[in-house]
Design a protein around this ligand. Structure first.
Ligand SMILES: [Zn+2]
Ligand SMILES: [Zn+2]
Length: 547
């Protein structure tokens, strides 16, 4: 095993303006798998995320619903917290960008970068709506994309993902009133992103071997267009106040403070540990400073529509903030999850809210499905028929049934005599831990799950070949006891292997078996055992359940 690592796991922040759906989860779930896997390996993990509260989508929604942005944010934040709890996401800190702690730490970032000269004021022409009496930005603007010609709203093209520059926004339409905007002088703060081009290139060349193709391609495309400085402030009244004079009518632009949330959430977690009186509380620098000894790891898990914010902009901010900062080395960008062959969209009404799905289906089963059929390297498709087949065919038939027929073996009443575990099965088990770990490390989560099911299949075949129901009738029970001991050994180890993927059922099983502590290595579960009645971990889904 490697030496103990300091692992930051940053899961993308969900925008507080709509329900969380299965597509989000298929991008975030890798974060929880990685967190649990690294904890099982004895590493120090800090898994963070939060609700992205600021910016125009929230204010737009508030206007539409005749309420305040705060109430929109609180409503969605509560929902997200509930979803992550029900799904067993093991966040060390799940916060929100509207949190005063995050405001304070983001303002400190702006001041520090301003003092270092990486943030500077710049006066330029901007799009002004005369009837709304304000500058028009983000989703308030309807822009024609200069790259592809498509009509988009926001700061990034909906069609080709091109990130709009200031001049692209000059010829736009105000979406609030529908009028053509006019051009007027405006002073904003800018981040000197262009000064970090060499650093970013060097960083990407160092860690590209860990990245998926989509991250590399998207990042290189963006770099090859040349990095340009980006506005840090916006004419808004909802967001984090700018800690410098002359910017009272502006707020810190969301792109900078939302990615900075990966740092502030770790800071918050460490401060909380200290306040709680934890012995030797961690320091945020433990996680975010580069220890230069190979002990750092930082995963950022997000969807493919968010790549350059994680691979270019965030690392540049880290570098600007403090030269000692560790730059995220593993970006886990997930492709899209479609529902019944269509892109999830609110207007189509096909994005099943996650809370509804969790009312109906088992959390572990949904987690595993999101990974095993997840959009790892290409877009994936969710259909209820497919989920149904996966749940019954893999989880119930290969895993749950094996457990049931062993633990509820008729005639034993939970009394298992000691026996010898089959050495061939022990070898397969050890191999599974190894290959599964290798696959997790290179972000092949689907293959990792396949490795475990492969082990379960071998165990099922072993059971059928040995036919314990025949051995049970023999006078000499030695062989029968050996078979049952082997099956118990398999069950105990499957519970550990599945722990990063299906934490609830693994915990239930381990509690039942009396396994108190687990590590990412075969658990030597042997000897005479007595158990109480076992309740099945998973129920079969019927046709009715998936209608
Ligand atoms: Zn475009
Ligand atoms: Zn207007």
């Amino acid at each position: 095993m490697d030496n103990k690592k300091k692992v930051v796991i940053g899961v993308a922040w969900t925008y507080a303006n709509s329900d969380i759906h299965f597509g989000h989860i298929s991008a975030y779930i890798s974060g929880d798998v990685l967190a649990r896997f690294h904890r099982l390996n004895g590493d120090d993990v800090c898994m963070v995320s939060g609700t992205d509260c600021h910016g125009t989508p929230t204010t737009e929604r508030a206007i539409k619903e005749h309420t305040t942005p705060e109430s929109i944010v609180n409503r969605y934040h509560e929902q997200y917290v509930k979803v992550f709890e029900k799904l067993g996401f093991s966040y060390d800190c799940y916060t929100k960008t509207a949190d005063p702690y995050h405001h304070k730490k983001s303002q400190e970032l702006i001041l520090k970068l301003y003092e270092k000269g990486y943030i500077y004021p710049k006066t330029e022409l901007a799009s002004y709506c005369n009837s709304c009496k304000k500058f028009i930005y983000d989703r308030e603007a309807e822009v024609i994309c200069p790259k592809c010609g498509g009509v988009s709203k926001g700061d990034q093209c909906d069609h080709c993902a091109y990130v709009f520059q200031a001049q692209d926004l000059l010829k736009c339409k105000c979406r609030i009133c529908g009028n053509q905007t006019e051009v007027k002088e405006n002073t904003n703060l800018y981040f000197a992103l262009s000064r970090f081009e060499d650093d970013i290139r060097e960083h990407i060349n160092k860690c590209r071997k860990f990245w998926r193709k989509n991250s590399i391609n998207e990042t290189e495309k963006f770099l090859n267009e040349g990095l340009v400085d980006r506005a840090v402030t916006r004419d808004l009244n909802w967001g984090i106040k700018v800690p410098l004079d002359g910017f009272d009518d502006k707020r810190i632009y969301v792109w900078i403070e939302a990615v900075w949330g990966y740092v502030t959430a770790v800071m918050r977690y460490c401060d909380e540990q200290k306040e709680k009186g934890v012995q030797n509380p961690p320091k945020w620098q433990d996680f975010w400073y580069d220890h230069k000894d190979g002990s750092n790891l930082c995963y950022l898990c997000h969807g493919k529509d968010n790549i350059v914010f994680h691979t270019i902009i965030f690392p540049a901010l880290l570098k600007a903030f403090d030269d000692k900062m560790f730059l995220p080395d593993v970006c886990v960008a997930t492709e899209f999850m479609n529902i019944n062959g269509e892109k999830i969209s609110k207007s189509k009404g096909n994005g099943w809210p996650m809370l509804d799905m969790l009312e109906k289906f088992d959390a572990d089963s949904l987690r595993l499905y999101a990974i095993a059929n997840g959009p790892e390297k290409k877009d994936a498709n969710f259909t209820f028929e497919d989920y149904h087949a996966f749940h019954n065919g893999e989880i119930v038939n290969k895993y749950a049934n094996f457990i049931n027929r062993t633990l509820n073996y008729k005639g034993l009443d939970g009394h298992f005599a000691a026996g010898v575990v089959d050495p061939a099965i022990k070898t397969v088990c050890a191999e599974t831990f190894k290959t599964c770990a290798e696959n997790i490390k290179i972000l092949n989560f689907r293959d990792a799950v396949f490795n475990i099911f492969e082990f379960a299949s071998i165990a099922n075949k072993y059971y059928d070949t040995k036919a314990p129901w025949v051995l049970f009738k023999q006078e000499d029970k030695t062989e029968f006891n050996n078979v049952m001991s082997t099956c118990l050994y398999v069950i105990a180890n499957l519970s550990v292997l599945f722990e990063p993927f299906m934490p609830f059922s693994s915990k239930k099983l381990q509690d039942y078996l009396g396994i108190k502590q687990t590590e990412w290595k075969p658990v030597d579960f042997v000897g005479e055992k007595t158990f109480g009645k076992f309740e099945p971990l998973f129920c079969r889904l019927t046709e009715k359940d998936v209608l």
